[in-house]
Write a protein that binds this ligand. Structure first.
Ligand SMILES: [Zn+2]
Length: 715
């Protein structure tokens, strides 16, 4: 190790420092291996999850025999066994949530560096706040498909995780879009999942699938439309209705895709500017064109002169096939429901997936929306962001490099609040640690990895600016339940974990997480039903102080009591206005994927202004790649991917005589395909394939040499 780093102080601090790794998944597995191979001797890994079969393709510390076990424990054991060399190497596993109250500020203070390898915003925000409160540097990371990002957060030195404003976890859709006017495949998929829940799952009125009369666009017609329903005896739930009809597939089919669609057509306002849906009756299914493949779905495709047959799950079903799958899965789910009770939708449950794929495609057909293959439905319905092992492996390498750079610059081994003599350290961190992006290669951006100076803290940040932020929240006190305010606004929107709500200026606690946790089952049932207006002190213009003792974080909220139409507010029952005070900067609000791209592009635009700086940045890139080679990411820089397709471009432009053709081996569902690529050429494999090897052709033939890229997994 000394030979590699040539700096005894650094070697010592690597050995001495204590690292907390939050997350033992795709990136976590890479990081723990890298840390141990680098010589770190005190690593704690915390993860709440257990190992699932679907993790095994990329979380390489795990194998089949570990399924169901704690990620943290297995990762710690396997990594220790394989990568720890030398004595006194201490790898701790914690099988728990990092958001648990046990892990307070003093717990965080006991570490030199915290590393986030998480997959959700709520936990990331929490660790961000804990590290700010404990004044411990945090390395934040993320990957999404071929994109990735790593950056260092140090209190008052660089931007924190929440400096860029509110982040959104998942896309949600207004109920009237789902129930009345879908226009995208995802709308029909969400509707199909709701139908599954209505028929076989836990009863949830939010998941209603019938035409929505509360849609503001049909307000003028409501009375007329209601009349029709009241003639039809008592209203019944979708499930009651289905049970009454013994889940008869033809009856259900006609109701869902014909009668309900005809009813929607009566809401004439909806179709003034939209394409009208077409009802689909069971008797229509025999018609010839419903038994043919849609033109977009051919059963084979040509790739590099060779023809590959498309796999079963990638074909788009005919309408007739959709009905057959619908009918079969309905029958099987009914039997399971009668035996097991409520079912939970799971993308890996073949029958449940078949049901959603068939139903969503039938609905798409009615609304003239593009139909999707079962494979596409699976990834859309499961909210699956593709996770790619090589992206995680590069990100894992970059995190480790950032950790080393941090240690080189953390001269003062103290966690005290910011002292004047720490400004040297702050500058050193600012100058040496980087904001790093992994993104697609294009002509004007030839490098896979770009690094930039850390962003400055946002003076208006709700979390790290040092002042208590003031927020106005508008909602209707007479209609909103306290539990919804706490769960949707405080937990989900503002990322609190353990809040107390007081009237500002008094010590009177109105609601407290601790107290709520102590309630008996009976008390909880009562609390659940309390409206905000049931709390006497909650009135228009009241100022609340919400304080999270665990996160050491407070927000002042002024409540504005006002009724408004939820449909005009994207279905949300509250509106938030953040009072930015006197300091004003450009506010940013981006969704996660775009954010990664946009930030990189923005930063890139800035550097283009100054070409000497760009050269410097490019040099840094190359250094990153070279150092990465030490980290078991061999020669990965020679292969580039295009976004959203598995296009591999061989960008090795060495002299003609050295050049080698490349072989790409890809696998899908056990079938292997091999494609050759000329040096400098490119290949596009099927989107759903898993690329398993990229290798020089001559070396494959002679059965020797390195893989340029190969999935690694330990036995
Ligand atoms: Zn911040």
């Amino acid at each position: 190790m000394k030979h590699v780093f040539d700096d005894q102080n650094l070697v010592d601090s690597i050995k001495k420092s204590k690292i907390l790794l939050v997350g033992g998944g795709g990136i976590g597995c890479e990081v723990i291996k890298n840390l141990l191979l680098t010589g770190f001797s005190h690593v704690s890994v915390i993860d709440l999850d257990t190992i699932d079969v679907s993790n095994l393709n990329r979380q390489f510390l795990f194998n089949k025999s570990h399924v169901g076990e704690s990620k943290a424990k297995v990762a710690a054991n396997v990594a220790h066994k394989n990568f720890a060399h030398g004595e006194h190497i201490d790898v701790k596993a914690i099988h728990n949530s990092i958001q648990s109250q046990e892990y307070d500020v003093s717990f965080f203070k006991s570490f030199s560096i915290v590393i986030n390898a998480l997959d959700n915003i709520s936990a990331r925000s929490h660790v961000n706040r804990m590290c700010l409160a404990a004044n411990v540097p945090l390395i934040e990371s993320g990957s999404e498909g071929y994109f990735g990002q790593v950056f260092t957060i140090k209190k008052h030195v660089s931007a924190c995780y929440e400096c860029t404003g509110q982040r959104q976890d998942q896309r949600t859709f207004a109920s009237c879009t789902i129930r009345n006017t879908p226009s995208l495949p995802i709308h029909c998929i969400v509707w199909a999942k709701h139908l599954f829940a209505q028929l076989f799952g836990e009863d949830d009125p939010d998941n209603d699938v019938s035409p929505d009369l509360s849609d503001a666009e049909v307000a003028s017609q409501v009375n007329e439309l209601m009349k029709e329903i009241s003639n039809d005896k008592k209203p019944e739930t979708t499930r009651e209705w289905a049970q009454k009809n013994n889940y008869d597939p033809i009856v259900l089919f006609n109701k869902l895709f014909c009668i309900d669609i005809q009813y929607l057509l009566k809401m004439v306002n909806l179709w003034e500017k939209r394409r009208k849906p077409t009802p689909l009756h069971f008797d229509d299914l025999a018609k010839e064109h419903f038994t043919c493949q849609p033109s977009s779905s051919t059963s084979s495709e040509v790739c590099n002169g060779k023809t590959y047959s498309k796999l079963k799950d990638q074909k788009i079903w005919t309408i007739r096939e959709c009905y057959e799958v619908f009918s079969e899965s309905l029958k099987e789910l009914k039997e399971r429901f009668n035996k097991e009770g409520n079912l939970i939708w799971d993308k890996d449950d073949e029958t449940a997936l078949n049901f959603v794929a068939a139903v969503s495609n039938l609905r798409s057909h009615c609304f003239g929306i593009e139909m999707k293959s079962k494979f596409d439905v699976k990834s859309m319905a499961g909210n699956i962001i593709p996770a790619i092992s090589s992206t995680n492996s590069i990100i894992g390498g970059l995190i480790t490099l950032q950790a080393i750079k941090l240690l080189q610059n953390l001269k003062h081994e103290t966690n005290d609040e910011k002292l004047p003599n720490n400004s040297f350290e702050d500058n050193a961190i600012k100058n040496n640690c980087k904001q790093i992006f992994l993104r697609k290669v294009s002509l004007n951006r030839p490098n896979l990895i770009s690094s930039y100076e850390l962003f400055d803290p946002n003076p208006n940040c709700l979390v790290c600016s040092g002042r208590v932020p003031e927020i106005d929240i508008t909602l209707s006190l007479n209609e909103v339940l306290m539990i919804d305010f706490v769960e949707q606004v405080l937990f989900k929107k503002l990322n609190f974990v353990c809040p107390d709500i007081c009237i500002d200026g008094t010590a009177k606690v109105i609601w407290s997480k601790d107290e709520a946790d102590m309630e008996t089952e009976e008390e909880r049932e009562i609390s659940k039903k309390k409206l905000m207006s049931d709390f006497k002190s909650l009135k228009n213009d009241v100022r609340l102080r919400v304080n999270d003792l665990l996160q050491d974080y407070s927000v002042l909220i002024t409540l504005k009591d006002e009724k408004f139409d939820l449909n005009e507010n994207e279905g949300l029952f509250y509106k938030i206005i953040i009072n930015e005070g006197e300091i004003k900067t450009e506010s940013k609000n981006k969704e996660s994927t775009n954010e990664i791209k946009d930030e990189a592009e923005e930063a890139f635009e800035k550097t283009k202004m100054d070409s000497s700086k760009e050269d410097e940045l490019l040099r840094t890139d190359q250094q990153c790649l070279r150092t990465n080679e030490l980290n078991d990411i061999s020669k990965i820089g020679e292969i580039a991917y295009e976004e959203n397709s598995q296009e591999i471009i061989c960008i090795d432009d060495e002299d003609e005589e050295d050049s080698e053709d490349i072989m790409v081996m890809a696998e899908y569902a056990g079938e292997t395909m091999v494609t050759e690529v000329e040096n400098g050429g490119d290949v596009e494999t099927d989107n759903s394939c898993d690329i398993i090897e990229v290798r020089e052709k001559r070396k494959v033939e002679e059965n020797e040499g390195d893989f340029l890229l190969k999935k690694r997994r330990l036995d």
